[in-house]
Write a new protein. Structure first.
Length: 243
């Protein structure tokens, strides 16, 4: 069902881009405009009708499928509403973060105190949010790109800042598998922008390594978090000394 919905959503985007209206398509299909609107809302098309619409807007059915696939693979962020839905449900958030990190259904039920039934329900929610596709046998297909990020200052980022930040930085960062660097400099805007690009490259490398390690058994992997931050900032205690 998710693939059908995604295909129709892509078709609607291409229809709008072509400048065609439902009334135009109604003429091509020999239907009323109301019937065409119902086809789109119910996502109920025959292959023949899909091909007629594709011809009308100047693309092939193969190109439509290709555009849908490209959009699915290029999902780099959720919408604000989608993030709210995830952030408001702690179990859903836990499962969302886990599947992004390559967890299978078996990994989820073996690692967390959650029943198979509840796990399936939460995965179905993520399916409806188009974060994943829940396949037969409870297999999970991730629908986000390797450089997926949470929205800047979005609901999930705020959740982690409010709930997790203090716990994360409670460590002394002196263990072999920990590292904390705090660097200070006086930089130009151009230098700041260059460092931000390098941070984004490092984030991409982090995701690439995560995807590679996803092939290993879960028993050989440990949850790992990396925080990168850069801003023009001075400690508030120094503010009274500034002119």
């Amino acid at each position: 069902m998710l693939q059908t919905s995604a295909l129709v959503d892509t078709l609607k985007q291409q229809l709008k881009a072509s400048g065609k209206t439902y009334a135009d398509i109604a003429t091509d299909l020999d239907l009323s405009e109301a019937s065409v609107k119902r086809l789109f809302s119910e996502r109920n098309f025959t292959l023949q009708r899909l091909e007629i619409i594709c011809d009308a807007i100047g693309i092939s059915f193969f190109q439509l499928v290709e555009k849908m696939s490209h959009q699915q693979q290029s999902l780099t962020q959720l919408t604000l509403d989608q993030e709210r839905d995830v952030a408001n449900d702690v179990v859903l958030l836990l499962i969302a973060v886990s599947v992004i990190n390559g967890f299978s259904f078996e990994d989820l039920v073996s690692q967390y105190k959650i029943s198979e039934t509840e796990c399936i329900q939460k995965l179905a929610q993520l399916d409806r949010l188009k974060l994943i596709e829940l396949l037969p046998g409870n297999r999970i297909r991730l629908l986000v790109s390797p450089n997926f990020n949470w929205l800047p200052n979005g609901p999930i980022q705020k959740f982690f800042q409010d709930k997790v930040e203090q716990d994360f930085f409670s460590s002394r960062f002196d263990k072999q598998n920990e590292k904390l660097l705090v660097l200070n400099a006086v930089l130009s805007p151009a230098a700041n922008a260059e460092l931000q690009r390098k941070m984004q490259t490092l984030a991409h490398d982090f995701n690439t390594i995560m995807k590679r390690d996803a092939q290993l058994p879960l028993s050989e992997r440990k949850g790992t978090t990396m925080v990168l931050a850069l801003r023009q900032w001075q400690y508030s205690l120094f503010k009274h000394l500034r002119k």
